[in-house]
Design a protein around this ligand. Structure first.
Ligand code: OFO
Length: 163
């Protein structure tokens, strides 16, 4: 059986992953409203990935005979000043998630939970990728500034995600 603390903390992380999905879905809606379909598509795709993350943690608990308790998720922000603002918030959020994953890993090490360590190693790598990808978009939006055509070009490129 798993140590209660590890199981509790992973159960809590399921909520954060679903919360991430909700945040990115809210950003997708804002991008649709702003007629930026490529960024909207990118965010929808991201939202789906977060659901997968949540389910990966959930399946892990179930596979180990643990009880899963889905917790309430917070209402996401729904107004973003600019695309840059939204992607900056997304990056901040990913950094927050990275911090949580690292804490979970430390806990799994302290509790000698080897299967949890293996699972979390996947997430540690995933977070490097998520932060890198988001921060590249932030950089490019900063470069674009108020240049509408540069933003539209980036929108088109981001819309190719998942194709
Ligand atoms: Fe964005 O990686 Fe999960 O939360």
């Amino acid at each position: 059986p798993m140590k209660g603390a590890v199981s509790e903390a992973i159960n809590e992380q399921i909520k954060h992953e679903f919360e991430s999905a909700y945040i990115y879905l809210s950003m997708a809606a804002s991008f649709e409203e702003a007629s930026l379909p490529g960024m909207a598509r990118w965010m929808r795709h991201q939202s789906e990935e977060e659901l997968e993350h949540g389910k990966k943690f959930m399946n892990f608990l179930l596979d180990r005979g643990e009880h899963v308790r889905l917790l309430g998720i917070d209402q996401p922000p729904d107004s973003f000043r600019t695309p840059l603002d939204a992607f900056e918030q997304a990056l901040e959020h990913e950094k927050f998630i990275t911090g949580r994953i690292h804490e979970l890993y430390e806990l799994a090490v302290r509790e000698n939970d080897y299967p949890a360590q293996v699972l979390l190693q996947w997430f540690i790598e995933e977070q490097v990728e998520e932060e890198q990808m988001t921060s590249e978009i932030v950089d490019r939006l900063r470069l674009a500034g108020d240049d509408g055509s540069a933003i539209l070009l980036l929108d088109r490129e981001l819309g190719e995600r998942g194709e």
